[in-house]
Design a protein around this ligand. Structure first.
Ligand code: COA
Length: 326
């Protein structure tokens, strides 16, 4: 069976930079603590006027241009996000309107930080089955809008941004080799946004109790993330009979430098083979992998035929990976 292939990438981050020292003025934290515990130095913050589809639009425009296609050529749009423009309609529909992608269907995927890889998993299946021929897959977030800027345990971590890829059928063995998605709903309490849904509909009470912001049990999440991602990376290579030494690049979800380092150590990968940009953008949830992938492409970190491994972990809990022959 034919593979699906990422034929182009695009990314966009908002202009406004918030540094660790900016955060020192807002909550009881320090550049030293944030750098040591996470590796993050700064993050981008969307303007008041920018919603998630606006970021997605900028990233998508680049991916479409680099693919040498027009928006009318796209037959499906999948946006992975947990910070969509509105609870409904989908951010994919807003993006479709902005692009003028009149021949596409669109929907969103909610799998938190693993969202882009979930969307890639779905898209890969759609292309391989012949149901769709050209899919715009996007990870886009404005987490700054759902972050509690009084909670130092979460507000130092997150950032805004968007990344996009165009997926098409491959003509040869280049493309997505395998995708793997997993979840464990028993651990939903580790990361969630409790307010505004049918469990806790918006009310004066939910606002007063700050339920419309991300809640995270950071340290517990950290421990599960390290263990799970190490296993996931090893397993993804094993099922494809690949040695870690054959990998050209690992593109991990950009959550925490210590988590990334642990996965690299487990695979015995030197850090030159690991794409890290969280110092600049923080954790942009579903956007982090496509932003990093675009960076790898435009800085010539990947060449044709390279094996690259993508992996992510997030609320749900969810975790996912993809092995690609570029
Ligand atoms: N500045 C200064 N101190 C802070 C702080 C901040 N921004 N946030 C927390 N602290 C304090 C805590 O209150 C705690 O103090 P105490 O020891 O006096 O109780 C201490 O620092 C250690 O807190 P802890 O939560 O154990 O730190 P940590 O080493 O686990 O680092 C995270 C916190 C959030 C950086 C880390 O747990 C993490 O990255 N978790 C995973 C996040 C993730 O991957 N999420 C999934 C994708 S969204």
């Amino acid at each position: 069976m034919k593979r699906s292939r990422i034929v182009s990438t695009g990314a966009y981050v908002p202009e406004t930079i918030m540094s660790n020292s900016d955060l020192e003025k807002m909550v009881d934290t320090s550049d030293e603590w944030i750098t040591e515990r996470t590796g993050i130095k700064e993050r981008r913050i969307a303007s008041k006027e920018q919603a998630t589809s606006d970021l997605a639009y900028e990233a998508s425009k680049i991916a479409i241009e680099r693919a040498g296609i027009t928006p009318e050529d796209i037959d499906l749009i999948i946006v992975a996000t947990i910070s969509g423009d509105m609870p409904f309609p989908s951010t994919a529909c807003f993006l479709q309107e902005k692009l003028g992608a009149v021949n596409a269907a669109g929907f969103d995927v909610n799998a938190t930080c693993s969202g882009f890889l979930y969307a890639l998993h779905i898209s890969n299946g759609m292309i391989k089955s012949g149901l769709h021929k050209r899919i715009l897959v996007v990870g886009a977030e404005t987490l700054s809008k759902i972050t509690d800027w009084e909670d130092r345990t979460t507000c130092v971590i997150f950032g805004d941004g968007a990344g996009a890829v165009i997926l098409e059928p491959s003509e040869n063995d280049r493309g997505v080799i395998s995708t793997h998605i997993n979840s464990d709903g028993r651990l939903w309490e580790l990361i969630n946004l409790p307010g505004g849904g049918s469990r806790n509909p918006a009310s004066d009470e939910t606002i007063k109790n700050r339920l419309h912001y991300i809640k995270m049990k950071g340290n517990e999440t950290f421990k599960v993330a390290v263990r799970t991602l190490e296993d996931l990376a090893v397993r993804t290579l094993e099922v494809n009979n690949l040695n870690p030494s054959q990998l050209s690049l690992l593109i991990p979800h950009q959550a925490n430098m210590r988590i990334i380092q642990a996965t690299a150590d487990r695979l015995k990968l030197p850090m030159e083979k690991v794409l890290v940009n969280l110092q600049l953008y923080g954790n942009t949830s579903a956007a982090s992998i496509p932003i990093a992938l675009h960076e790898a492409v435009i800085s010539d970190k990947i060449k044709e035929g390279d094996y690259i491994l993508l992996e992510a972990f997030g609320g749900g809990l969810t975790w996912a990976s993809a092995l690609i022959k570029w």
